[in-house]
Design a protein around this ligand. Sequence first.
Ligand SMILES: Nc1ncnc2c1ncn2[C@@H]1O[C@H](COP(=O)(O)OP(=O)(O)OP(=O)(O)O)[C@@H](O)[C@H]1O
Length: 248
Amino acid sequence: MNSIVVKNLYKTYAGALQPTLQGLSFSFPEGKIVGLLGPNGAGKTTTISILCGIVKASSGEVTVCGLSQDASHREQVKRVMGIVPQQIALFPQLTAYENLVYFGNLYGLKGKSLRGKILDYLEAFGLEKAAHKEVIKFSGGMKRRTNIIAAILHDPELLILDEPTAGVDVQSRSMILRFLREYNAKGNSVLYTSHLLEEAQQICDEVVIMDEGKVLVQGEPGILIQTLNECRNLEDVFLHYTGEAVRD
Ligand SMILES: Nc1ncnc2c1ncn2[C@@H]1O[C@H](COP(=O)(O)OP(=O)(O)OP(=O)(O)O)[C@@H](O)[C@H]1O
């Protein structure tokens, strides 16, 4: 089964002169780590927001784990998908533990099993000593790791992350990437965006390179690099397709 199918997606924001998505199409089978890559303004966050049901497409189709992303499947989609937004979505005055209880409750998780799960994840993400500290006192990396735990408490089979490694130190980044690999090794699918192409080359089974609301190319990083003679790495492939011009 395909984990995500995006077909001929268009999105024009209210008042915008140009469409942000212009016939975007891609799909990938379950069990992969996929990188959605593109320059600033390419439409990555818009695509993710439509996949998550936060933004409505102007036209086109989206299927997530075999479920169409429409009002009739909203609850089912919520169960199979975990979302880690670009902006930290935590209550700063609450502790990490209190935040995670809140997010667990949103997914109907409660009691001993939720408490046990939270403590296990806090330990796995190196946050056990900070469990009862207010999030406002956390570093960027600690907030980012807590944000990821909030998205996986309900064991989603598809995890979508918008720039999960942006602005964190090398140690947090390495922990987040190791987690993504382990989560994927359990059979789950991961779609994530990043501007760090070396990282995407290391971790992704496939990448989708998009620009101006359209897919330019999709494939395995190694194969994309081999196919183009002049390219030594994914960054070269990215520049080959998206060009050198700086974006607004
Ligand atoms: N809510 C909105 N209203 C109007 N325009 C928007 C809105 N959100 C995004 N856009 C526009 O859509 C385009 C694509 O934005 P989007 O955030 O999806 O790109 P992105 O690829 O995620 O970029 P970045 O790498 O900078 O995060 C941009 O030109 C942006 O200004």
